[in-house]
Design a protein around this ligand. Structure first.
Ligand code: AMP
Length: 268
């Protein structure tokens, strides 16, 4: 089973514990993580580096429920014709949605996902955080069909909202390398012990606040549960794994994933 893997997927609520489970699949099958959250954070970082401090709502047309045209945003930011203009506009939009805990619209997300997946020749990925809506799930299954590649398994990481809220508030991320820490379960090691950490800048994600997290959990219920049902009914092998182990250790996480997927652990 799983001898010739094209792609796998990890799904779950934001903060459910996807990363350690994705790491198991990455190690076991030599895959590479493709995270739409990371893509949006990259653009959000570009926008922050641009240094605009004003209110983002001025670029949003509430009556049309969409941003004003890109050309107008560029004009107002005085970046028309500059090489980074498109990336900065994308970063502005990412910031607007991500920091409120809202899903980025499908149109933007699908296009960015496809281009990152294309760069991998549509193979060798652990999809993380995509798809999150039924529309994205349809887009993905059509893309897989068109490109003649498989999604070999979906791993759903299950966890209760209340636990997630407590866990997420302790979450920290390294701004330099993206490594995740947790103040209680995986505190950042002593800076002097690790060369990388000396340069690291360990911060809380800008969307890790209770209000934004509650919105993300609501978005999951409303939009991602139907996407999961869609993928299940498309016949993709589906496994649910607990995101909260009573006695956490990397080995226990690994064993719980391998066991549920019926994969022999490597011994010796
Ligand atoms: P994550 O790191 O996966 O928790 O994603 C962080 C944020 O990025 C989410 O709360 C959304 O605002 C946005 N995002 C990531 N992936 C998607 C997606 N597939 N569809 C819509 N928004 C997304």
């Amino acid at each position: 089973m799983f001898s010739n893997v094209d792609n796998m997927m990890v799904m779950g609520k934001s903060g459910s514990g996807k990363q350690p489970r994705a790491d198991v699949l990455i190690r076991r099958f030599g895959l590479k993580q493709l995270s739409t959250g990371d893509i949006f954070r990259h653009y959000l970082g570009l926008f922050n580096a641009f240094g605009y401090e004003g209110d983002l709502n001025r670029f949003y047309d509430t009556a049309a429920d969409d941003f004003i045209p890109d050309e107008n945003i560029k004009e107002q930011l005085a970046i028309t014709g500059t090489p980074d203009a498109d990336a900065i506009v994308l970063g502005l939009k990412a910031k607007y949605y991500v920091e409120q805990g809202l899903f980025v619209p499908d149109r933007i997300t699908n296009a960015l996902f496809e281009s990152a997946f294309r760069a991998m020749n549509f193979k060798g990925a652990v999809l993380d955080g995509f798809p999150r809506t039924e529309e994205q799930a349809r887009f993905l299954t059509e893309l897989l069909k068109r490109e003649g590649v498989r999604l070999d398994a979906i791993l759903l990481v299950e966890n209760e909202d209340e636990l997630i809220i407590n866990r997420t508030m302790g979450r920290r991320i390294c701004k330099s390398c993206g490594e995740l820490f947790h103040m209680e379960f995986r505190p950042p090691p002593d800076e002097r012990k690790n060369e990388c950490l000396k340069k690291c800048n360990i911060v809380q994600r800008s969307d890790d606040n209770v209000e934004s997290l509650k919105k993300r959990l609501a978005e999951f219920r409303e939009k991602t549960l139907p996407a999961i049902e869609y993928l299940k009914s498309a016949g993709i092998p589906f496994y649910a794994v607990p995101g909260n182990l009573p006695d956490y250790s990397p080995e226990r996480v690994e064993n719980s994933v391998l066991e549920i997927m019926g994969i022999e652990p490597v011994t010796g």
